[in-house]
Write a protein that binds this ligand. Structure first.
Ligand code: FES
Ligand SMILES: [Fe+2]
Length: 341
């Protein structure tokens, strides 16, 4: 199993999930409680009262402090205890851990590892999600599988043909070879599949209105451990970007996944689909939201099954890898390296 990469930023939530209600979510095995302070800043604290472990998420917000729902220990937004019941002296060790948080591109990013290393310039970007030139639909599905299975899944889209037929899969996806590039210094993996003349799957036919065959490009950019981008371009077959790089006749969809381990055997599968066409068409938004959620749930079902298979397989079982696995194998190698660093 790929170990956790602790010293890194992870998406814990969408910004719209965090408000003035206490919100709990476990990241890398650590239960966290989130809230938005009175001046709008997202706070993340360990979700376990230092007194008798009561979850702070089951407690009450009082201004910018959390009052523990069991005996009233009260914590400020830095996790420092500012009140204990029945005595004036507050023990020096009465504090819960506060985690660095940054809100960016509609996501709430949290740093679980050494807080001194939490440099926010290391957060990879997904600017489309908060860009008015795009319309985005998004969601999060819980996955009862280790995060490495989702990384494998997303880096090898040949499975679209078999697992997502009728939605995003067509025969050409599995049939077209990929190119894989690894930027070792930046730790970024790029996998591209460019189909010159392909069947248009319903996901794109119904959203773009293209009638007939398409040129379909899938350019993956994985920023391990957490952020996965799929730059997807579709256009009527043969229509390419212009010489100056502009692409007025192409339809662009930025598919973004944030892969956040919850525990060693479960994962938060955040997904978003941002498009640069039919911006105000609520029907297209609804169609893409439902279709993409269905596709994600098809993956969730398969990966949940694989997790159970792995847990019951004999020690030392060997997989077989082929050309389509180049991106996934590179990702595993870089994740191992990051986990050891
Ligand atoms: S468990 Fe929180 S105050 Fe006792
Ligand atoms: Fe999939």
């Amino acid at each position: 199993m790929t170990a956790f990469v602790r010293d890194h930023w992870y998406v814990a939530a969408y910004g719209h999930e965090i408000g003035r209600e206490l919100f709990s979510r476990t990241v890398l095995g650590e239960p966290l409680v989130f809230y938005r302070s009175t001046d709008g800043v997202v706070v993340a604290l360990a979700d376990r009262c230092v007194h008798r472990r009561y979850p702070l998420s089951e407690s009450r917000l009082d201004g910018d402090t959390i009052v523990c729902g069991y005996h009233g220990f009260t914590y400020d937004s830095a996790g420092t205890c500012v009140f204990v019941p029945g005595q004036a002296r507050i023990p020096r060790t009465a504090r819960v851990q506060a985690y660095p948080v940054v809100e960016r591109d509609s996501f709430v990013w949290v740093w679980i590892g050494d807080p001194d290393r939490a440099d926010d310039s290391l957060i990879p970007r997904a600017p489309w999600l908060a860009d008015p030139a795009y319309t985005t639909v998004c969601g999060m599905e819980p996955l009862a599988a280790r995060y490495g299975l989702l990384v494998d899944n997303l880096l090898d889209l040949s499975h679209e043909t078999y697992l997502h037929g009728g939605y995003i899969g067509t025969p050409e996806v599995a049939a077209t070879p990929i190119t894989t590039e690894v930027d070792e210094d930046a730790g970024i993996i790029r996998v591209s599949r460019r189909m010159a003349d392909a069947e248009c799957p319903p996901f794109y036919a119904k959203s773009t209105g293209i009638d007939g065959r398409i040129t379909r490009w899938q350019d993956i950019e994985y920023h391990p451990p957490c952020l996965y981008l799929l730059h997807s371009r579709v256009a009527p077959a043969g229509v390419l970007p212009q010489a100056d790089g502009s692409d007025p006749n192409g339809f662009h969809v930025e598919v973004v996944y944030a892969i956040t381990p919850e525990t060693e055997h479960s994962t938060h599968d955040f997904w978003a689909v941002a498009r640069d066409f039919a911006l105000d068409d609520e029907g297209v938004s609804e169609f893409l939201r439902e279709s993409n959620r269905t596709v994600v749930l098809q993956d969730v079902r398969a990966l949940d099954i694989l997790e159970r298979v792995i847990q019951t397989e004999p020690e030392g079982y060997q997989e077989l890898s082929i050309n389509i696995d180049a991106g996934g194998l590179a990702a595993r190698r870089i994740l191992r390296r990051m986990a050891q660093a």
